[in-house]
Ligand binder design. Structure first.
Ligand SMILES: Nc1ncnc2c1ncn2[C@@H]1O[C@H](COP(=O)(O)OS(=O)(=O)O)[C@@H](OP(=O)(O)O)[C@H]1O
Length: 574
């Protein structure tokens, strides 16, 4: 028998409202609407499918205050994380949001109406108090507190929901189960005792060992139930993680474990989040839930101290275990003993016995540099998935971003660099020459600061996309302004390497080298706002390389760039 939902009844609003969905969809067309944020979309999905039972909507003020202060809904039922629909003053005015009004809630990706909210109240949350009581500190080092203060809007709208349709998913659709579907699946498999494992990270041998031990101890089957909604900023993307989980599943004995993806927006709320996670699993029909060390931990606060103690989450779930109604399986991380070639719980390691571990940071370093990842740590199939998503530097894309005055020689160096890089067979090389970029991307733009900034942003966008795809991009605009160059760096470096090369040829030399006589025309006033004459060139202070073509040949300049790329591992074999 699957576990009883929290509050006794599974609030599957899709099932409840199935026979009026056409009418609701037609009504939604006539209503004012709110376009949901990514987090609100995740929350909505779990309210509508019963994952957040007993909630049937977003918290009204009474429930919100009670959850913040007492970890309970106003009716006394345990609930630890406030699930709120935040809106701005402008949204309230525009959509005339007020008690008893009906509002359509739209999917931000395609504006499909997913639900209708009947407004109960509109209230202003005390964000500082929420941060203190729910997350333990009003400290912006906590991602949920940053979200609260910097992303969430000023007001909350409370009210009940009617379900029109589920948000569409286009990835791993077959692995996504609603609570109703999961309960039916357990029934079909004749699973009665199920221990769920929550994760937002890739899984390796230690996790397989830990979950099998938990199943063995409780004579239960296993549900691997990872979060694929929103996790901690900087986490490995869920596409990669799901491929990892799929590579890991065959490592369990046949029939022991199932994988289901949970579209949850995590808050990294430690102890309170652990209780919330347990309630969500209970709603999915699970009977046991693993709570490990530092469950849903956000890391360190602004003083460099951990927000929560490593076992705070275990302590809180233990305190409320009767009300949660799911058996908590507290678990120590397991660690590898090379002498006996086995994994043992960290607290059972005998005195003096050597153990090995690889931290998440160390793993990321090894992936980045292409260093080996030992078999005792992970399965070759898992490592292969991680390597595909984290190719070593010599397979990653990069951008060489030249900046310098007209006729500084940057175009000649850029062209020579393109030829030189073409000798390598590993990447395609794209040169966005200044004249091409102006003609193809920015033909309507002139040379005001605003127009130049837009021109640079467009080139950065294209270079970023090329870099993301693993290519080498070379751009060579004048790019006279610091802020535009810095913005370009930010756009591009999230996808791969970025190098700013300043071709620092002095103005007098540029004028001498200017065969087309452009500077002469500018001096005569035929061209206005010309960089170096009557428009500024802000000399970069953060260039990765500075070249002066009066001192160096084109060949030498290209070689210096090649040396830089080699040093960082972008070219040559690792
Ligand atoms: N007012 C003014 N100021 C600077 N340059 C001017 C101007 N008007 C036209 N040109 C010609 O346009 C080329 C520079 O375009 P960019 O796209 O590189 O400029 S910017 O980065 O947007 O500032 C540059 O050519 P190249 O240096 O050969 O690319 C200039 O000849």
């Amino acid at each position: 028998m699957a576990n009883t939902p929290h509050g006794g009844v599974l609030k599957d609003l899709y099932l409840r409202d199935a026979n009026k969905q056409t009418i609701l969809a037609a009504e939604a067309e006539t209503l004012p609407s709110i376009i949901l944020t990514d987090r609100q979309l995740c929350d909505l999905e779990l309210i509508l499918n019963g994952g957040f039972s007993p909630l049937e909507g977003f918290l009204n003020q009474k429930d919100y205050e009670s959850v913040v202060e007492k970890m309970r809904l106003a009716n006394g039922l345990l609930w630890t994380i406030p699930i709120t629909l935040d809106v701005s003053k402008e949204q309230i005015e525009e959509s005339k949001i007020a008690p008893s009004k009906r509002i359509a809630l739209l999917d931000p990706r395609d504006y499909t109406a997913l639900a209708i909210l009947t407004v109960e109240d509109v209230y202003q949350p005390n964000k500082a108090k929420e941060a203190e009581l729910v997350y333990g500190a009003n400290d912006l080092a906590h991602p949920a507190v940053t979200y609260l203060h910097e992303i969430a809007k000023e007001f909350n709208v409370g009210g009940s929901l009617e379900a029109i349709q589920t948000p569409s998913h286009y990835d791993y659709v077959a692995n996504r189960y609603t609570p109703t579907e999961l309960r039916a699946h357990f029934k079909k498999l004749q699973w009665t005792r199920v221990v769920a494992f929550q994760t937002r990270n890739p899984m390796h041998r230690a996790h397989r060992e830990l979950t099998v031990r938990a199943a063995r101890q409780r004579k239960a089957h296993l549900l691997i139930h990872p979060v694929v909604g929103l996790t901690k900023p900087g986490d490995i993307d869920h596409y990669t993680r799901v491929r990892v989980y799929k590579a890991l599943m065959p490592k369990y004995p046949n029939g022991m474990a199932e994988l289901s993806l949970l579209p949850l927006a995590m808050r990294m709320g430690g102890p309170r989040e652990a209780v919330w996670h347990a309630l969500i699993r209970k709603n999915h029909g699970v009977t046991h839930f693993i709570v490990g060390r530092d469950h849903a931990g956000p890391g360190k606060n602004s003083q460099g101290v951990d927000f929560y103690g490593p076992y705070d989450a275990q302590i809180l779930v233990e305190e409320y275990k009767n009300e949660i109604g799911i058996e908590i399986v507290p678990f120590q991380m397991v660690t590898y003993s090379p002498d006996t070639d086995e994994y043992i719980p960290a607290d059972e390691v005998p005195e003096g016995v050597k153990t090995l571990n690889i931290s998440g940071t160390e793993l990321r370093r090894r992936l980045k540099t292409g260093l080996s990842i030992p078999e005792w740590f992970s399965y070759p199939e898992v490592v292969q998935v991680l390597r595909q998503s984290h190719p070593p530097r010599n397979q990653q894309g990069f951008t060489i971003f030249f900046t310098g005055l007209h006729a500084s020689g940057k175009n000649a160096i850029a062209r020579a660099l393109q030829v030189s890089l073409n000798q390598e067979s590993t990447r395609s090389v794209s040169l966005l020459a200044s004249e091409n970029s102006r003609a193809e991307l920015s033909s309507e733009l002139g040379f005001s600061k605003r127009d130049r900034d837009i021109n640079i942003a467009r080139q950065a966008f294209v270079a970023g996309e090329l870099t993301r795809a693993g290519a080498a991009a070379i751009v060579a605009p004048i790019a006279p302004y610091n802020d535009a160059r810095n913005a370009a760096k930010k756009t591009i470096e999230q996808f791969g390497g970025f190098y700013l090369v300043h071709v620092a040829t002095p103005l007098e030399e540029c004028i001498k080298r200017d065969r087309d006589g452009i500077y002469e025309r500018a001096k005569r006033g035929e061209i206005k706002e010309f960089t170096g004459l009557d428009a500024p060139y802000e000399v970069p202070t953060n260039a990765d390389l500075t070249i002066d073509i009066t001192q160096q040949s084109v060949s030498q300049a290209v070689h210096e760039i090649i040396l830089l790329l080699e040093k960082d591992g972008y070219i040559g074999s690792a």
